[in-house]
Design a binder for this molecule. Sequence first.
Ligand code: M6R
Length: 584
Amino acid sequence: MCGIIGYNGTDDAIPYLVEGIKNLEYRGYDSFGCAFDKGNSIVIKKDIGRVEDVINKYKLQNLHSNRGVFHTRWATTGSVTVENAHPIMDCTGRIAVAHNGIIENWTELKDSLHGHKFVSNTDTEVLSHLIEENMKGGNTVVDAVKTVFKKIKGSSSFVVLNRDSNELVAIKKGSPLVLGLAKNGIFISSDVPSFVKHTNRVIYLFDGDMAIIGKKHYKISNLISKKIKHNVSIANFSAKDADKGGYEHFMLKEIMEQPGLLKKLEMSDFGEILKIAPLLKTASGVYLVGAGTSFHAARLGARMFRENGINAIPVQGQDLITYKNVILPNDVFIIISQSGETADIITALPIIKANRKIGIINVEGSTLSRAVDILVSLNTGPEKSVASTKAFTLSAVYLTLIAAATAGTLENAISDLKLMNINMYNLLVPSVLAVIRSAAEKINRLDSIFFLGRDYNYIVAVEAALKMKEVAYIHAEAIDAATFKHGPIALVSDKTYAIAFVSGAIEKETLNNLQEVKARGCKIIGIANKPQDVFDIFIRTQDAGRFDFVMQAIIAQLLAYETARKKGLDIDHPKNLAKSVTTL
Ligand code: M6R
């Protein structure tokens, strides 16, 4: 995915766009580019590298314009080069296009364009030349964009800056675009945090929407459906929620926000949960669908539902298609997603078109949030660290509460949540943080680490291993502690480290498994609420009963963070990654 922000208004656009694009860097950070109006021409500046560096290189802060579009790229078609950075112009220098998505038929379209000079190796450039081609003979840029939109296959949202008109033209399919209605101008962006400092009045665009963005007015029409209503919404967070709040990294800020968010949850009315529970009780099957970290939340949820007699099946987005012959009309689907934009899930939606869908989603107005019948909004505020932390915890906690509601024990679960929130005060204390740092000191030079646990603890281990991989670049493999003796134990030596999660009913069995591993030389870092002889390093969690996973996950997130920090890595921007995965 990529990040796009444009502005058209009477204020100077450049400071807004400089600030805004930095806020979108979580969406991609291979290369940066911008296009803006200057007299009678469009100026383009772009380069590979991080947004801040390119902005400083061209001293963009010193330039002025009232209309422009900025782009931060996560390469899909075409490698990371200056030429492939967006925006990309047509042959005449009349239009510049910033694009987020993939044009599946771009080679075909490119072959159909004769006499055009291509300077990049991207699918995006096809848009620029097709628009140019369709403007020949006096057509407006709006007409040209409409025609081109109908020709392209796949999911593509893009913004066009046209030298000869006073507007920006934006069109959406797949990747998100949202308008921000400010006092002296209008924003178009991939995400609200990029402009929320200037306005919280937003309009989320739907697939097929084309927006013509003037300096004071906008016009939206839909090229697919006539029935869409475009309401102005008020963003449910402020500029303060979208910055680092004094922390060195977003990841740390977001980890540390969790106790406050859980406290806030304790005070909500749980209306949605009470609505959902009866649906699940009468369903033949409940599928919990997610990707990456959200899939791990789905696994935890499914385990809890099964405990309460519900036939729950956790499924990764891309695998949903493999269930097409067994899905029954009254199966219910719970979709878990931070971004609400994960392509693996969106692509699978047609096969569950007729089924009831519940969303547990963080980003308001996102594609998935609109595709579901009942939405549980995570309300965590923007999650900007590529490594998901607070969205995982909150989704899994919601699922725990929903599972309890299906068993008629929601009140007990809320009491447990309150108790956990009290115990949370003892979790992130200096002594525990010091042990996490010393554990990070021990493991940061390792090439490989095992993450062990059984049952619920194993699912937390899987999530913990993912965090370690993505931010600390250490090969981290989660294995069920009971499975370890069935083969993987052959890998253990006195150089091996395992991070073990111990709690709950299978504590005794887990400890037996850990003894077997330790007997073969493995060092064990135990994440548990009481010390055990088998642990070489003990990181204390607090007892939280059904919410033990929350305590464990927060410790694991911090351990991954501290390990990456020790290695001096760019924690909020791990290599090769982007925050939401909008490709298949
Ligand atoms: O936005 P989503 O929750 O749908 O994203 C799913 C995964 O791409 C995401 O959780 C990914 O695995 C994270 N980088 C993990 O930290």
